[in-house]
Design a protein around this ligand. Structure first.
Ligand SMILES: N[C@@H](CCC(=O)N[C@@H](CS)C(=O)NCC(=O)O)C(=O)O
Length: 231
């Protein structure tokens, strides 16, 4: 009998979206339960050791940490999206892990609180993006558009949510961060045009994400608010 999957989610969480993209890429039926992270229900705290989403309930057995969830899904359910070759697979897993550095770099810009804060974020971020640019060149040569070539893979599912958020913020801040990184820019464009990725969030995602920028009192929100006031 096939298993039942229920994803515990919060609307703008990029780590949840990583799981959603992978579930969609594998055509797995799943239910979503949204929780309010500012008022976490007791039942959630019982099943999430660090109180974070995503949690994936597999026939009521909870899995936590988006990376572990990805590995579980890729192990259990066809089609396998990690490369077959063990060396390539290990390298993909390492790049999957690098998402934490990349997320920190991008979040340093996305959630900066002032112009100065943003400039500091922008001074740091190229280190992580440059590593990724090199990885894209090395892992897939000239092929694309995804991390390993023409098939969406597990690594893609980790980076797409952060590239998507950065593209929204970039529309406001216009940092030009990706100008020097054409492979990352092309990868981002391909991911953000892919229906498995775009369908992983609700149509009102940009508005939800902007509300998040507002809640966090970000520099991006202050610019957006000023532009809206000037209209
Ligand atoms: N390392 C975790 C990170 C998940 C995470 O940070 N989730 C955030 C929402 S985007 C969360 O649940 N935060 C609640 C909290 O920290 O109290 C993963 O990959 O699953």
């Amino acid at each position: 009998m096939s298993k039942k999957y229920r994803l515990i989610s919060s609307v703008t969480c990029p780590w949840v979206q990583r799981s959603v993209i992978l579930l969609r890429a594998k055509n797995i039926d799943f239910e979503v339960t949204h929780i309010n992270l500012r008022e976490k229900p007791d039942w959630f705290l019982e099943i999430s050791p660090h109180g974070k989403v995503p949690v994936l309930l597999v026939d009521d057995q909870p899995l936590f940490e988006s990376n572990a969830i990805s590995e579980f899904l890729d192990e259990m359910i066809e089609p396998q999206l990690h490369p077959e070759d063990p060396i390539k697979r290990a390298r993909n897993r390492a790049w999957n892990d690098f998402i934490r550095d990349f997320a920190n770099a991008i979040n340093g810009i996305n959630y900066s609180k002032s112009k100065e804060d943003m400039e500091n974020g922008l001074a740091e971020a190229p280190k992580a993006v440059a590593r990724l640019e090199r990885a894209l060149a090395e892992e897939r040569g000239n092929d694309g558009p995804f991390f390993n070539g023409d098939q969406l893979c597990v690594v893609d599912t980790a980076y797409a949510p952060f590239l998507q958020r950065f593209s929204i913020v970039e529309g406001i801040l216009r940092t030009g961060l990706l100008k020097e990184f054409p492979l990352v820019q092309a990868w981002s464009d391909a991911l953000l045009a892919n229906p498995t990725v775009t369908g992983a969030v609700a149509d009102n995602f940009p508005a939800e994400f902007q509300a998040n920028l507002k809640r966090r009192e970000t520099y991006a929100w202050s610019l957006l608010e000023a532009a809206q006031a000037a209209e």
